[in-house]
Ligand binder design. Structure first.
Ligand SMILES: [Zn+2]
Length: 240
C-alpha cells in the first residue's frame, strides 16, 4: 500500500455531512469486541470511542489479526513484535485506565493476510475468546481500506458478528484518503472532545510507527500530516 501524502478524499468529503453516532448505538451495554489488523488501528480509527466505551464500563476485548511484524523489514521480527505488543499495551492502558483489555492474537502474516489463513482451530480459539465477552457490538476496519490485512480483519469481524448476532461497525483508516467508492452504510461521526487528550497520548505510545525510533530505510512511517489528522478529526464509522 502506498502511503497517502495528505488527508483528503471522497470519504472525508462525504463525512462532512455525516450524522453523529452515540456510544449507546455503537456499543450497547454488554460486551464489545474489536477486531483490528495491526497494533495502532484501534487508536487511529476509534481511540476516542474506545475510551468512551471503557469509561462506560463496557466489557472490552481486542482481537489482533497480525502482529504488525512487516512495518520494519530490516528489524529482527521477534524484537519488533515485542516492541509493537508493548506499544499496544501502553496505548490500551491510556484508553482504558485501570482495566486491562485482553488481547487475543491470531498471528496471521502481516502484509499478506487473508480470511482463509485462519484455520478451523484458530477460529475455535477465537470463538472461545469472544464467548467470554458475549459481544453485543463488534468494531473493525472498513472494507474500503485498501490493505489486505484490513480486509481480512473486516471479513473475520463480519463472521463473528453473524455468529454472535452482534452489530458490526467499521471504522475506515486508510480508506479515509484518496478517491474511492463510498461504503454502503451511512458515514457516522463520533467525537468526544474530553477524550481527545487520551487519544493523543495513546497515539504517542506508537513510537515505532510514528517516529524514527527504529532505524530502517524501508520502515513504514506515518506522515505527520496524517497523524495530525487522526488526532483531530472525528472518528468515522459505518454499519456493516
Ligand atoms: Zn493497519
Amino acid at each position: 500500500m502506498s502511503v497517502p501524502a495528505s488527508a483528503e478524499g471522497s470519504v472525508l468529503r462525504a463525512a462532512q455531512g455525516g450524522t453523529v453516532v452515540a456510544l449507546a448505538e455503537l456499543s450497547p451495554p454488554g460486551g464489545l469486541l474489536l477486531v483490528m489488523p495491526h497494533p495502532d488501528d484501534e487508536t487511529l480509527g476509534c481511540g476516542q470511542a474506545l475510551a468512551a466505551a471503557a469509561d462506560a464500563g463496557r466489557d472490552i476485548g481486542l482481537v489482533l489479526v497480525t502482529d504488525g511484524e512487516a512495518s520494519h523489514p530490516s528489524c529482527d521480527r521477534g524484537e519488533l513484535v515485542a516492541v509493537r505488543r508493548a506499544e499496544l499495551a501502553a496505548a490500551l492502558a491510556v484508553l482504558s485506565p485501570g482495566r486491562t483489555i485482553p488481547v487475543h492474537r491470531l498471528a496471521l502474516p502481516d502484509g499478506t493476510s487473508r480470511r482463509g489463513d485462519l484455520s478451523g482451530e484458530g477460529w475455535e480459539a477465537l470463538l472461545a475468546f469472544a464467548n467470554t465477552l458475549d459481544p453485543r457490538a463488534i468494531w473493525t476496519t472498513s472494507p474500503i481500506d485498501p490493505h489486505c490485512d484490513h480486509a481480512a480483519a473486516h471479513a473475520i469481524a463480519r463472521d463473528l458478528a453473524e455468529h454472535f448476532r452482534a452489530a458490526l461497525w467499521s471504522a475506515p483508516v486508510w480508506g479515509r484518503f484518496g478517491e474511492r467508492p463510498l461504503p454502503e452504510g451511512e458515514l457516522r461521526l463520533f467525537e468526544a472532545p474530553a477524550l481527545a487528550e487520551r487519544k493523543f497520548r495513546a497515539l504517542a505510545a506508537y513510537r515505532s510507527q510514528f517516529t524514527d525510533l527504529i532505524a530502517d530505510p524501508e520502515a513504514f512511517l506515518m506522515p505527520e500530516a496524517l497523524l495530525a489528522h487522526f488526532a483531530a478529526h472525528p472518528e468515522i464509522f459505518h454499519c456493516g
